[in-house]
Write a protein that binds this ligand. Structure first.
Ligand code: ADP
Ligand code: MG
Length: 253
């Protein structure tokens, strides 16, 4: 796969601003002054080894965890200053693809996709909801799965359904936590292509957390490397992957 440069419609305006974030658990310092800016329209890849604090950072970003220090702004709003209801509203602008797929096992595909709609939209008729579900399923290439249970689907299909659910509220930002982990290389490649299509169709800004060097190469407009709790390095895939710094080289092995 070749990098898709035409996918870069970054406008330069930040949609997420994380500044000097600190988070420790007891003596364990996880984030130690981490900063990140996600610009409108870009695909930003964050790499960091397992246990380096990527998921902790995401939890701080969406207000599920309180940082010890530092600020987080999403779409211009400092999330620590928001009331519960305002935070809930802000979260509707952020789609998530969780590590794994995290579909509700006891619900059909349709029910899984309707869940965020029922929770976050008022005055939506059954027919409107069904149209929205159908459209989301078509956009991930699985129009005929509406009445199936997650267990009836392959791992790759489950990941697509999870992506459809992440998109159902038409978010401005999508956060992908390890989108290709646990998939075989061919399915992983399909998911990456789908992510790039979604980016074009929905004009989202994406933060992609991944270990997958091939995924990073294909999808990133820009990358940030998380090391020792800080944003150790940033740049394009080409800049970072040709760096002579052994700590940076280690990310690409
Ligand atoms: N709620 C918690 N309580 C205590 N330690 C935690 C908690 N959440 C995460 N950690 C620790 O913080 C570190 C970073 O975790 P995490 O952000 O999940 O890593 P990853 O980069 O793999 O996503 C790990 O050592 C983990 O054990
Ligand atoms: Mg994680």
């Amino acid at each position: 796969m070749e990098p898709v440069q035409s996918n870069n419609n970054a406008s330069g305006k930040p949609v997420i601003e994380i500044n000097n974030l600190y988070k420790a658990f007891g003596d364990q310092k996880v984030l130690n002054g981490f900063s990140l800016e996600l610009l409108e329209g870009e695909n930003l890849v964050l790499m960091g080894k397992s246990g380096s604090g990527k998921s902790v950072m995401i939890k701080c970003l969406v207000g599920l965890m309180e940082p010890d220090n530092g600020t987080v702004k999403v779409l211009g709003k400092d999330i620590s200053k928001l009331k519960h209801i305002e935070l809930d509203e802000l979260r509707t602008h952020i789609g998530f693809l969780f590590q794994g797929s995290a579909l509700y096992d006891s619900m059909t595909v349709r029910e899984n996709l309707e869940f965020p709609l029922r929770r976050h939209t008022k005055n939506m008729t059954n027919r409107d909801r069904e149209t929205r579900v159908r459209e989301a399923l078509e956009n991930v290439g699985l129009p005929k799965t509406m009445d199936l249970m997650p267990a009836e689907l392959s791992g790759g299909m489950q990941r697509r359904i999870a992506l459809a659910r992440a998109l159902i509220l038409k978010p401005r930002i999508i956060i992908y936590d390890e989108p290709t982990t646990g998939l075989d290389p061919i399915t992983a490649k399909e998911i990456i292509l789908l992510m790039m299509n979604i980016q074009k169709m929905y004009r989202t800004s994406s933060l992609i957390i991944t270990h997958d060097v091939d995924c990073a190469r294909v999808i990133s407009n820009r990358m940030i490397l998380l090391l020792d709790g800080i944003n150790y390095a940033q740049g394009t895939f080409k800049e970072l992957s040709t760096s002579t710094d052994p700590k940076i080289q280690a990310f690409f092995k």
